[in-house]
Each structure stands twice: as C-alpha cells, then as structure tokens.
Design a protein around this ligand. Structure first.
Ligand SMILES: C[S@@+](CC[C@H](N)C(=O)[O-])C[C@H]1O[C@@H](n2cnc3c(N)ncnc32)[C@H](O)[C@@H]1O
Length: 292
C-alpha cells in the first residue's frame, strides 16, 4: 500500500514527510494512517492534560496506538480489532510470546516454496496464525489479508516476494513494542461495542478509523475481511461518548450528511501519494479548530 503524505490542507496546514514518522507497526496496513500521526500529536497536545485512555476501536496496523504508547501521549491505550488474523498478531505481541514471533520472522527463509508451504497449512496455534498473518501481509499485494488477495509477483526492482520482507526490521519493531506493551490492552472485539463500553469515560479519547464502505465508494470492501459496518450507528455512538473523538473517513456526501445530522465538525485534508496522486481525507470530530 502506498504511503501518503500531506501536501496541504484546504486551510493552510503543515506539509508532512511520512519518512519522518517512526514506523512502529509490524504491518504494512492497507488504509494505514501513518500520514496522520503528526495530526494526532497536535490533537492530543491541544488538550489541557494527556488523556487517561486512548482508544482505537478499529486498530488494524495500530500505528496510532503504538505512537501514543511510545511517545506517552496518553497514560494507557486500548485497541480492538475484529479480524481474527490481525488479532492473532496483537494477542501474541501484546499478551503472548512476542519474542518467539520476532525470532520466527528473523529465521524464516522466504522463497515461493516456503511461503506456499507455510500459508497453505491451516495454523494450529494462535502464535502460528500470528506468524502466518505477518508473512501474508508482507507477500500479498498491497498487504491485503482479505480472501482473494493476490501475491506479489515482481515487486519492487523485481525482488518478488522479498520486496516487502525486512526480517530484522520487523523483529526489532516487535522487540521494541515489548518495552511499552504494559501500557496497551488489546481486545478482539467489535469496535462499536468497545466504544459503547467506554462511552461514559470523559477521560478517554477515541481515534476512530473504520473500514470505509459508506457512500457507495466501497473502497474498504476488498481490503478487509470485515467491512460490514453500520456507519449511522457509529455516528450515533460517537455522539454519546463522554470523551473526545476523532474520526477519519474517505470523502462522501453521506458522511457530510451524517456529520451535519450529529452536529459534528468536519475538516478536509489533502494528501499526496507516493505516485503524486492527490487524494483527500475527511476528519470528523466535535471541534476541529486544532486542525486548522
Ligand atoms: C481503515 S482500517 C484501520 C487502519 C489503522 N488505522 C491503521 O493505521 O493501520 C479499518 C480496520 O477495521 C477493522 N474492522 C472492520 N470492522 C470492524 C469492527 N466491527 N470492529 C473492529 N474492527 C473492525 C478492519 O479489519 C480493519 O483492520
């Protein structure tokens, strides 16, 4: 998946070079939000005190939760994800034998044969599924884990399956997460249910990056295994949160309508992909003055 960077904001804003944002996640995640990290720092810094709890209900590659943990931007982090493959990785890294996973990655010899043999076998244990997931994420086109995703064929500079396989880097990222994992809770659950469970916590903030399937664009539907989300219910739940929140979405009329209906603030941000395509993303929150 391409990394995105800001070129500008419809209101003037900083230009972000994503190369300056530390990559903390072992995933190369479709729809990953590395480019938004500087904005999250600004959002959290605009508050009088760091939140007691940072909640990421649709965690995916969890770059935001990891950044918040490493930079101590909140006292504690709770992240949830419904995809069992992705959850296996977070269970293993946050609650399990992360060092084993790191070592497996470092020792694995990637060839078309070893990849096929490993991914064709159903995983027996959760750590095995975690390893398969990381491998699949690195050898599938666009990092896509959903059924039907194809493998990288030629990759960058004809390096094929090895183009995105950086075993020592991935090992180090996992080992680094071990240092901060006591501040992170991972839950394999529905993000909406998690938001609901924390809705009375005025000392919590929510970073909400759902799969995007609203507005007829259906961009998220081939990227993830779980894409069926009631976006109206998500807005309704966000309106009930005692804590602050920031949502991020693709732009679509339906989302502007929902934002108006719930009296939320919106802010378009523009980004440039690595292939120089201009794209826009929609931020939604209660008050986005900090983003202007
Ligand atoms: C846009 S991605 C999140 C990307 C993430 N912010 C990152 O930077 O890597 C949306 C994620 O929500 C997950 N998801 C879909 N439906 C869900 C649900 N009901 N509850 C929790 N997670 C869900 C998908 O599996 C996917 O990982």
């Amino acid at each position: 998946m391409e990394q995105l960077s800001f070129i500008d904001n419809p209101q003037p804003g900083p230009i972000v070079n994503v190369a300056t944002v530390p990559q903390r996640s072992p995933f190369r995640y479709p729809g990953g939000k590395t480019w938004l990290v500087p904005r999250i720092r600004t959002w959290l810094a605009s508050r009088p005190t760091p939140p007691a709890e940072f909640i990421e209900p649709f965690a995916g590659g969890a770059i935001m939760s990891l950044t918040v943990a490493f930079e101590r931007l909140a006292q504690h982090i709770t992240m949830s994800e419904l995809d069992h493959q992705v959850a296996a990785v977070w269970h293993t890294i946050i609650n399990g034998d992360a060092a084993w996973l790191a070592e497996c990655i470092a020792q694995f010899n990637v060839t078309p044969e070893t990849v096929a043999a490993t991914l064709d076998e159903p995983a027996v244990t959760l750590p095995d599924l975690a390893f398969q997931t990381i491998l699949k994420n690195r050898v599938n086109r666009g990092g896509i884990l959903a059924p039907g995703a194809g493998r990288i064929k030629h990759g960058e500079n004809g390096k094929g399956l090895l183009s995105r396989w950086y075993p020592q880097t991935l090992k180090q990222r996992i080992i680094d997460i071990i240092e901060v994992r006591d501040r992170i809770r991972f839950i394999e659950d529905d993000g909406l249910a998690v938001m609901h469970n924390y809705r009375d916590r005025s000392d919590a903030v929510f970073f909400i990056d759902p799969p995007y399937t609203a507005g007829g664009k259906r961009a998220g539907s081939r990227l993830y295994t779980h894409t069926d989300l009631d976006h109206e219910a998500l807005f309704r739940t966000a309106a009930q949160l005692a804590g602050d929140f920031l949502m991020t979405y693709d732009t679509a009329d339906e989302l502007y309508d929902l934002a108006r209906q719930y009296n939320f603030d919106t802010q378009l941000v523009a980004m440039k992909s690595t292939h120089h395509a201009e794209m826009t993303e929609l931020l939604i929150g209660r008050d986005l003055d900090w983003a202007r």
